[in-house]
Design a protein around this ligand. Sequence first.
Ligand SMILES: Nc1nc2c(ncn2[C@@H]2O[C@H](COP(=O)(O)OP(=O)(O)OP(=O)(O)O)[C@@H](O)[C@H]2O)c(=O)[nH]1
Ligand SMILES: [Mg+2]
Length: 370
Amino acid sequence: MTGHIHGIARQLTGPGRSAIATIRVQGDLTAWDVPDSLFRAVNGKPVAEFAINALYFGVWGDPGEDVVVCRTGEDSLEITCHGGVAAVSRVLSDLAGRGFSTMSDGVQLADEALQRSDAETRVDTSAGSRLPLSVLQGARTQRTAEILLEQVSGTWDRFVTQLADSGSDDAKTLIAQALTRADFGRHLIEPWNVVLCGRPNVGKSSLMNALAGFTRSIVSEHAGTTRDRVTLETAIDGWPVRITDTAGIRETQNPIEREGVAQTLAAIDEADLVIIVLDRSELLTAEDHRLLDRQPRRRIVIAHKADLEPARQDRWPDDSLAVSSVSGNGIENLLKTIASGLVPQVPDHGCPVPVTRQQVEWLERLCHVR
Ligand SMILES: Nc1nc2c(ncn2[C@@H]2O[C@H](COP(=O)(O)OP(=O)(O)OP(=O)(O)O)[C@@H](O)[C@H]2O)c(=O)[nH]1
Ligand SMILES: [Mg+2]
C-alpha cells in the first residue's frame, strides 16, 4: 500500500457469496491513469474518459477477470464483478495496492483523509457534519441501501452547504425539518424493533411464525410455552425489522416464567412498535386490560384466532385488526399496518436524513449556537 490515500473502495453488496458483487470506488481517480491500469475496457478507453452513468465492459488485472465498470460521478465509480468471495477480495486487494483504503484496512484513516481534503471548501468539517461511507455497511435491505447511497452521494453534503449559506432563521427551520427524520435515519442502519406481547396462549408465537413465513418460535396448546425472548430479523415493505416474540404475561410463582414476564415488560418499553395480541374467541381478562392500558409509543391491537367464533364481548378495542394465524386471514393487512406504523411518511428524494448519532448531535448543537 502506498503512503498516500487516494480514496475509498467499498463493497456495496452484502458480504458472502452471491451471483454478482458491486464495489464502489470514491476518491482521486487519476490514480488509475498508470500504464499498467487495473481495468482495461474492451473499447480501449481510459477510465478518465468514461461517460458518467455509462457501462463499460472489460477485464480486471492479470490474469484477467471480466467486470463491468460504471463511472457514477467525477470522483466515483462502481465495479461489478463475479460475486464469489475470492473475486471481490482480489479487486479490493488490487485497489488497496494502488492506495485506495478498503474499509477493512481503515475506515477511520480514509475518512480523515477525505475530511482533510475537503477542509478548505467546507464551512464546518466537524465529525458530525460528515456522513461516512461506512454507513453503507449497515444497510440490511435494498430499500435502505438506496436511501443511504443517495445521502452519501451528495444529498447530505448539499444540505451542509445550504446550512452554511442560510441566515440564522432559515437554518433553524432547515435543521428542525432534518431532525424530524432522525428516527427514520437511525433505522436505516438499525432495524426497527417490533414486539409481540399478550397473555399466555393467545397465539403470539403462531403470529410470529405467520409473519416470518416459517417456524421460528415453538407453538403449543400449553400456556407458558415461550419463556425467553425469541427474535427474528426480516424485511417488511423493504424496511428491516426485528420481531421479538415474548413470554406470555401473567401472574406466576414460577421464577423462570417471572423472569420471562419481566423481560417482556422491558421489551415493550424499548419497542418502536408493540403488537398486543388478544384472543378474540375468549373474553378479555384483567391481564389483557392491563396491557391495553400501557402506553407504548406506537401499538397495533390484534383480535387473534379470528377463524374461531368470537366471544360475546362488550368492550372490544375499536382499533383492533382481525387476524388468524391458522388460516392466514388478515396477515397481509397486518404487514401493511406494521410498515405504515413504523414509517408513516417516507422522506422525499433529495431530503437530508441524519443517520448517525454524531449527525443528530451536530444538528442539535448547531441549532443552539445559531
Ligand atoms: N384457531 C386458532 N388457533 C390458534 C391460532 N393461533 C394460535 N392458535 C393455537 O393457540 C395455541 C397457542 O399458540 P401459541 O402460538 O403457542 O401461543 P403463545 O401466545 O405463543 O403462547 P405462550 O408462549 O404460552 O405465551 C396453539 O394451540 C395454537 O395452535 C389461530 O389463529 N387460530
Ligand atoms: Mg409462545
